[in-house]
Design a protein around this ligand. Sequence first.
Ligand code: PEP
Ligand code: MN
Length: 339
Amino acid sequence: MLIVMKTDATDSEVQAVLRVIEDLGFKPHSMPGATRTAIGITGNQGAVDPSHFENLSGVAEAIRVSKPYKLITLDLRPEKTIVRVGDATIGGEELAIIAGPCAVESRAQAFAIAETVRRSGARFFRGGAYKPRTSPYAFQGLGEDGLKILAEVRDVYGLKIVTEALDEAGVDLVERYGDMIQIGARNMQNFSLLRRAGKSHLPILLKRGLSATLDEWLLAAEYIMSEGNYQVVLCERGIRTFAQHTRNTMDLAAIPAVRRISHLPVLVDPSHGTGKNYMVTPLARAGVAVGADGLIVEVHDQPDHALSDGAQALTPEQYEQLVSEVRAIHEVIVPAPVS
Ligand code: PEP
Ligand code: MN
C-alpha cells in the first residue's frame, strides 16, 4: 500500500496517517517529495485495506502496490534521491567519483593515492580494510588498522571514506571510522547484513551480486530501506557471464533499467566490471554516457605491487585522464545550470 498525500497536506495530516499505520501494527515510511509526500507501508503480510486511509484528511490516494518492491520505486518517490555524505552528494547534478586502492595496504600507500584523488576534485576515497577474497590465503586487508588509516585520510585530505563491511560487526567498525558503508557483490543477499545496514545512520553503497537479476538487486536495496535507511546507492560492478575477455561483464543496460524503476542513484564500477587496466577508462566513459550518477574506480600508485586487484588498477596519470574524460561526457549529458 502506498498513501499519496495531497500537495497541500499539512504536517499534522501526515502525522495522523503515520499513526494509523502504526496502530495497525505496520511500519510507515514517509517520503517527502518536491510536490507531495508519499508514505510507504511495510510489515504487512497480506493486502492492506485502503479504506483505513481513503477518508483521512489530506490523503489524495491509497494505492495497492502490485510490484515486489515498495520503497525503491518511483511510484513512492518520483524525483531522484540525492544521497548526502556530509557535504558531498551522490545523485545530484555533480558526477560522483569514488576513487582509491582496492585495499588499504599501508599509510604511505593510502596517502600517496589520496593525494591524487584529492587533486582530481573527487569527493570520495575508497579502500578496503576488510577484503572478501576468493582464497583464504590471499591478503585479507589490514582490518581495524586499515580503518584507522582511512580515518586519517579523511582528516588530512577532506575526502569522504567509502569502505566495505563484510559482516554485521564490520558495520559497527565502519560506522566508527568511515562515511559510507560498501556492501560487496558477494554479500548482496546477506540478509542479516542488509538489515543491519538498514539500521545504520551511514549511507550504503550496494554492489550488484555476481549473478543477481535486476529484481534481486533492487530487493536487496529494499531490505536496507525497509529498516529505515533510505540513503542507498546502487552500483553495477559487472556480472558473471561466458565472456572470457573480461573478469566480469559490465551490464551497462542495468543503468537505464534501474532508472526506469527506481529513484535511487546508481554508479558504475568499471574496475571490477572489466578486471583489466586498459578497459577501465573506456567502460567508465560508457557508464557515464548511459546515465550513471558517478563511478567507483580503483587507483594505485604502484599497480604492479598491489596486494589485490593490481591488474585493474589505474596509475595516477591514467586516473587523472579518466576523470577529465568522464567529466566532459557528463557535462554533455547533464548540462550545467545557466547562472
Ligand atoms: C571491491 O570494491 O574491492 C570489491 C571487492 O568489490 P566487489 O564486491 O564488487 O567484488
Ligand atoms: Mn577490488
